[in-house]
Design a protein around this ligand. Sequence first.
Ligand code: 13P
Length: 244
Amino acid sequence: MRRRIAAANWKMHKTAEQTRAYLERLSAQPLPSGVDVVIAPPFTSLAAAAPLVRASGLALGAQTMHWELQGAFTGEISAPMLLEFGVRYVILGHSERRAYCGETDASVNRKVKTALDQGLVPIVAVGETLDERARGETAAKVMRQTRAAFEGIAATALTGVVLAYEPIWAIGTGQNCDPAEADGVMATIRSCVAGLADTPILYGGSMNAENVGAYVSRPNIDGGLVGGASLDPDGFAALIRNAA
Ligand code: 13P
């Protein structure tokens, strides 16, 4: 039985002060026990988030990290730095990092290896653009990204990973992917690398409290990686309840 996961990717939103206010409000609400809730704030809010996340039984995530443990990499953050704050999950290969920050299949692979070595749970994000979808290249793209992310990693080591299918054209657009279509792509992802049969796969792309139920009722969809709809604590609490 795979775990349900609702992961909040705040992207570049919320100061430390806003993070505290959000988490106080979120933890005041009844949340179902059957859903693992991950909060991935900006790095600068991890210290503020850590005690509140711990006290309310949520998990802390980061939005990226470097593959090296330390070194001359100006502006970067390493796995040990994340672990010091109690971070358990790290999003790797998000399409915004690939598009704007030079993230490649090869760097995602190095980061996945480091995350697993260090005891972090990587949430590996894959997905196609609108043009790639129109050209019928969705399956080829997500298979390439998935195989590359896990290249050189034994199937037995993949029990500790989470995947996210995020069609790029659905991110932040209000145009969510049809749940049946997303489920089909996730079946492709699940079967393209040995060891992913029990891996939680999250859907990401304009997911909200109203549409989450239609996703998690599908056989290959285990929850969501949520951007915009995770920024309001009441709305995200409703999403978590509807994911249960
Ligand atoms: P939205 O939920 O804002 O579409 O963002 C999805 C996403 O990119 C989560 O990582």
